[in-house]
Write a protein that binds this ligand. Sequence first.
Ligand code: F6P
Length: 571
Amino acid sequence: MTTPAPVDPTSTSAWADLATHHQSLTADLRGWFAADPERAERLTLEAGDLFVDLSKNLVTDETLALLVRLAQEVNLTERIEAMFTGERINVTEDRAVLHTALRRAPGTQPALVVDGQDVDADVAAELDKLSAFADKVRSGEWTGVTGRPVTTVVNIGIGGSDLGPVMIYEALEPYRQAGLTVRFVSNIDPTDVAQKTKDLDPETTLFIVASKTFGTLETLTNARLARAWLLDSLVASGVVEDTAEARRAAVGKHFVAVSTALDKVAAFGIDPANAFGFWDWVGGRYSVDSAIGTSVAIAIGPDRFRELLAGFRAIDEHFRTTPLAQNVPALMGLLNVWYVNFLGAASHAVLPYAQQLHRFAAYLQQLTMESNGKSVRWDGTPVTTATGEVFWGEPGTNGQHAFYQLIHQGTQLIPADFIAVAKPAYPLVDAEGDGGAVAAGADVHELFLANFFAQTKALAFGKTAAEVREEGTPEHIVPARVFSGNRPTTSILAPALTPSVVGQLVALYEHITFTQGIVWGIDSFDQWGVELGKKLALEVAPAVQGDETALATQDPSTQSLVRRYRTLRHS
Ligand code: F6P
């Protein structure tokens, strides 16, 4: 079915009503909570294991009702269904968008068949294949060329072929198999591959070359560097003969690939039998639950990997079946639209109170900004309103001692999501305490989470000048110590950072991103904006390498920079 033209959100009656409503609305979280004891309970929803408190957002029931009406007027529910059923909603690439098919429940009836492809059967077969491989690596059955089991897996990939796996590998650190480490090489800066391999034993190292297209310059360059390092080391130590056949055999034992382009995998010299596939309907930034997650499956094991998929599925089902007024990803996406389009927010902070989620913001940056950082709609017409806020963040409490100042007292409105889990992976106790605020025997996770609760409270309710004065603050310092409050936050609380919860968090943000894209009329699944820079890098490369004719064709600024670079490098 052809994707209908996007509905211009600004032409809807809900948009007009939101604009009027915005004019008459004065944010007053203190007043709203005081006048409405049910506000917290009414605006707290659950999705899967996620307990999501929306009550500290700058909205009233009327705002939310209008946002839900906006979603209805842009046909969000129909677009959700179009995605789940495999319509070609990635219009500019003429592709279906079926990352949700990667986590459908085994045996779901009727099977999902798209363009004659039994998607469920293909997904199940590939999952079985990667699970069997992961088991072999974990058990030591898969060995390197000298018969030794693998102790280090190096995932070589970039963008979606790196950020998802590394984020989840870090998030699920307590679930990793002891004695088996995964490293991630992504940057074409040769420092990356050099640092990640320099202390490795090639005999016990397995490389996973992860690239959807198998055409990405960074990944293929790093893969060649890694292959050269492996073979040179093995030949130098005398364990592999210096013959083409012996080298090929070594590559077969130490390199596997994940890609949709198995012909290119073979051309690189990796046996297609050692390659795991996926499909063009899985976008790179939506691919961690495909074979791109092989490194994660090796680290945590296939059963845990399936639990991760089940977590994604819980939120998929919630998103697909829950009415919009209770639909957590839809509401969070709509709140983001409210902040960007009506309250002028240019960025959005994501602040996990979980050290294990220290790569979550980096992962979300690709998910959200590569998806919705666009100025045209899926029919090629310009967007009709601002799109694509900047997502950023760091784990609490580190961020508190760095950039929270600006969130609390700066001139910009920065909506923030706070994420925490109830059960810590490492339940440490401070036996001594500090004799003051920290009691002897304090559960440190509780001290940690006190910050999670306190920050959203401070942001919402602030501190008035009168309250500051009451503390005896000298008058000239009072203004500096006032907190305006009315800084919006969403709090997400989960039981523990299990594989399922991590899957739920990722799916939550996938669907928030989708919701925003639908309101704005954006194809959230293409990424043409990354192409120009890639092409120019290839064009500039000869100039950088000393080709004067190529340099002469560059603009004056580039010429000057390249000349200075060459002087510095070769002096
Ligand atoms: O350059 C952007 C991008 O295409 C991302 O969308 C993608 O995740 C990344 O590059 C890596 O692509 P591949 O997996 O094909 O190497």
